[in-house]
Design a binder for this molecule. Structure first.
Ligand code: ADP
Length: 254
């Protein structure tokens, strides 16, 4: 579904991501791992069509580089960490914004019946239908991220990109968000590519891993084939050992 070949991209002519190739099948969930500054966000920006790139990115066989912004928005949606909201749109209005690339009469025609139906269905799916007429400025962080998730689903993309969407969320919301995205990928046969800092959450979420170091791939493959030793090398610490010590502390508490 998503095929990336020899992708190179960066800023001001200096490459940050260098020669990445990978593919994610329908239903697949890829987690991109690597230390701060290795190029994860830059990769997501290129996959979202927000940054020029060399190499090819294909979604269902179509070249992202040749798409209009409207076509790209129907193919890829980006869910980021929650930031402050300044405009007091209602929840329903916010979710409807996800439909702009689908609106039948063009981007400025306004939503039609189908757009409204999809928006309401996505609000139901993410549990925010009750909040329909509330201004988004009045919501908690967890509620707001659910609204953004509903907007992302309403966009009906082929690929959802996640840029640390669980930052600032309580553990319960983090786990729920990841589970909803997994369910979406499985039910719609589409794929999700995410940057998640929490390694435990990454293990919960992904069936594929891409480990990056200084813009280059160090590992790409299934969760089963993933060797934790590589994680230790790239992060320069004993990640597994840290997790096991944490677990032991939990066991002592119980
Ligand atoms: P990560 O998400 O893995 O922490 P980033 O993709 O954010 O890494 O950053 C990779 C490199 O690109 C860093 O060296 C960073 O300083 C640089 N970088 C990020 N954004 C910009 C930008 N807008 N302009 C110039 N350099 C940038």
């Amino acid at each position: 579904m998503l095929t990336v070949e020899n992708l190179t991209c960066g800023y001001g002519g200096a490459p940050v991501v260098k020669g990445l190739s990978f593919a994610v099948p329908a239903g697949g969930r890829l987690c991109v791992l690597g230390p701060n500054g290795c190029g994860k966000t830059t990769l997501l920006r290129a996959l979202a069509g927000l940054l020029p790139h060399q190499g090819t990115v294909r979604i269902d066989g179509l070249d992202l580089g040749g798409m209009t912004r409207r076509q790209a928005a129907r193919s890829v949606a980006l869910l980021s960490q929650i930031s402050s909201v300044y405009f007091s749109y209602t929840v329903y209005e916010t979710v409807l914004m996800g439909r702009y690339a689908h609106e039948a009469g063009g981007a400025f025609s306004g939503p039609g019946q189908e757009d409204k139906r999809v928006a309401l269905e996505c609000m139901e799916r993410t549990g925010v239908l009750d909040l329909r007429d509330r201004p988004v400025t009045e919501l908690s962080g967890g509620q707001l991220q659910r609204v953004f998730l509903a907007r992302t689903f309403a966009q009906c993309p082929r690929v959802i990109l996640l840029d640390e969407p669980t930052n600032h969320l309580d553990l319960k919301y983090q786990v729920e968000l990841v589970q909803e995205l997994k369910a979406w990928a499985a039910a719609e046969r589409r794929c999700v590519v995410g940057v998640l800092h929490d390694v435990n959450l990454a293990l919960e979420f992904a069936d594929l891993f891409l480990l990056m170091e200084a813009g280059r791939p160090r590992f790409f493959g299934s969760a089963e084939a993933f060797d934790p030793a590589q994680l230790n090398n790239v992060y320069q610490m004993d990640v597994g050992g840290y997790m096991r010590r944490s677990l032991k502390r939990w066991e002592e508490l119980e």
